[in-house]
Design a protein. Structure first.
Length: 130
């Protein structure tokens, strides 16, 4: 879990211009060992990069507005769905989604996606609009 948080913190200092990883096969960039699957660290890095783009002021936390107002290539999801997701993920209800909350969601998402419990997520396990 610390590796995921470190990954998030590390990526927060990268310029936004290199954070365009959500093309159809963009997650493959994060497949460090090139086994066509993501382990928890690789998945954490992938999701962290996507979340960083949402943090428009780079303060390490996301407002509901930042979470819903996305770059044009990320606008596949319904805003109402995103609002409910933000509310669900903002565990303490303070109106911010923090690094700690993001780390927990990354870990929970990984477990949910790893249908065969192989400790990796393959292309077949990755939903199209995730």
């Amino acid at each position: 879990m610390k590796k995921t948080l470190l990954g998030i913190a590390f990526f927060l200092v990268l310029p936004l211009s290199i954070c365009h990883a959500e093309d159809v096969d963009g997650w493959r960039t994060f497949d460090i060992d090139k086994n066509n699957a993501l382990n928890i660290v690789e998945f954490g890095n992938y999701k962290s990069m996507l979340y960083i783009e949402l943090d428009t002021n780079l303060d390490g936390r996301w407002t509901r507005s930042e979470f819903i107002t996305r770059p044009s290539y990320m606008r596949r999801m319904n805003p109402d769905f995103l609002r409910s997701k933000f509310k669900r993920w903002d565990k303490d209800g303070d109106g911010f989604w923090t690094l700690t909350e993001a780390e927990k969601m990354i870990k929970n998402n990984f477990r949910w996606l790893d249908k065969d419990k192989s400790k990796t997520i393959t292309v077949k396990e990755m939903p199209k609009n995730f």
